[in-house]
Design a protein around this ligand. Structure first.
Ligand SMILES: NC(=O)C1=CN([C@@H]2O[C@H](COP(=O)(O)OP(=O)(O)OC[C@H]3O[C@@H](n4cnc5c(N)ncnc54)[C@H](OP(=O)(O)O)[C@@H]3O)[C@@H](O)[C@H]2O)C=CC1
Ligand SMILES: Cc1cn([C@H]2C[C@H](O)[C@@H](COP(=O)(O)OP(=O)(O)O[C@H]3O[C@@H](C)C(=O)[C@@H](O)[C@H]3O)O2)c(=O)[nH]c1=O
Length: 309
């Protein structure tokens, strides 16, 4: 196998830290980069602080480490912040991706860009890769602009779209619905959860494995990498309560009409993952298996933190 130099942007994030964990014993050279200091703090990679919106910094790092493959996960992922602060979203998700694209082009690297179901309108679920994008919020618009930049880059490119990622890593920059449900129910807080949005929730390790399958196979084009169960957040919340043996009566169904979020969420998304299963041998866990795997991750972190106290 030819040795690769894999640079991961946003390596402090949920997906980024999971990738670093899966690549810990890789024979390739692994480069992590993110805003500020390294928050994963483990072995097996070299970390550089990099704000992707700083064009010169991006060029300097790429010229220094000369990655053969770039896994671009960095983004402003808080949908409501993107809606309220569009210029900040532009800086990170549009200019940042332009910077990564140009720097990758200068060294002829293979660019793999992680994108989202939020580029789609929400009129139709279980979407294939050729569905027409129509973003319902500003975050989705910026991620779609990133896709267009990548597709026009004239270097080997891969777009890896995913949906409602859940999981746990050492130091999280944002929560996710499963952790949010679990933590609220453990504290006895009543929660209202929408039952008219539809997703295929994705366990973060499945997503990371899918990204690495595409990278190893040098696959190009667009792939949908998500979970395989088509569910509402309300169903996810009930399943989470059942799994962690928490009080389901604290969960009340609501709908997107009543539950107002600043950035409009698409009603129906969810991905048809047949292409990734066929061409990448992608094989995600079921939601139940994902909860089990996440539980094991949480236990491992709790044991690790007891050791380090
Ligand atoms: N989470 C989800 O449900 C979904 C995510 N995606 C996509 O997957 C990718 C990874 O998401 P996920 O890991 O969940 O999100 P996270 O928010 O956990 O990770 C994103 C990372 O990007 C970093 N980042 C933000 N701005 C910059 C910047 N200017 N320069 C460098 N790094 C920056 C963040 O830094 P910091 O930690 O300092 O904030 C964070 O570590 C994203 O591209 C997202 O659009 C797609 C669909 C669903
Ligand atoms: C906080 C909250 C969320 N929800 C529902 C609404 C929403 O559909 C779902 C997820 O909640 P959030 O709004 O936190 O997640 P959201 O910002 O919708 O997550 C998105 O993140 C970006 C990065 C993506 O790319 C998307 O694929 C998607 O995963 O849970 C409730 O029903 N009640 C609540 O109180």
């Amino acid at each position: 196998m030819n040795k690769k130099t894999i640079l991961i942007t946003g390596s402090n994030g949920l997906l980024g830290q999971t990738l670093l964990e899966l690549l810990a014993d890789s024979s390739h050279e692994i480069i992590g980069c993110g805003k500020g200091p390294d928050r994963f703090q483990a072995k097996g990679y070299t970390y550089y602080s990099l704000d992707i919106s700083k064009t010169e910094d991006v060029n300097r790092l790429f010229q220094k480490v000369r990655p053969t493959h770039v896994l671009h996960t960095a983004a402003l992922t808080q949908v409501d912040i993107c809606e309220e602060h569009p210029k900040l979203a532009d800086q990170v998700n549009i200019l940042g991706t332009q910077n990564i694209c140009q720097a990758a082009k200068n060294i002829k690297a293979h660019l793999l860009y992680v994108s989202t179901d939020f580029i789609f309108s929400g009129d139709k679920g279980m979407l294939t890769e050729d569905e027409k994008p129509m973003p319902p919020n500003y975050y989705g618009e910026t991620k779609l602009k990133g896709e267009v930049t990548v597709q026009q880059s004239n270097i080997p490119w891969t777009i890896l779209r995913t949906v409602l990622v859940y999981g746990v890593v050492k130091d999280m920059s944002r929560s996710n619905i499963i952790l949010w449900v679990k933590n609220n129910l453990e504290q006895g807080n009543p929660i209202k959860v929408v039952n008219d949005q539809w997703r295929t929730p994705t366990y973060v390790k499945d997503l990371a494995k899918g990204c690495l399958l595409a990278l190893e196979k040098e696959a190009t084009g667009i792939y949908h990498l998500s979970g395989k169960d088509y569910m509402t957040p309300y169903q996810m919340a009930l399943a989470t309560a059942d799994y962690f043996k928490l009080d389901k009566t604290l969960i009340t169904p609501t709908n997107a009409q009543e539950f107002k979020e600043i950035g409009k969420r698409p009603l129906k998304t969810g991905f048809n993952i047949q292409k990734a299963m066929r061409e990448l041998s992608y094989a995600p866990l079921s939601f139940q298996e994902g909860l089990q795997a996440m539980m094991e991750d949480i236990t491992r972190f709790e044991q690790h933190s007891e050791k380090t106290i």
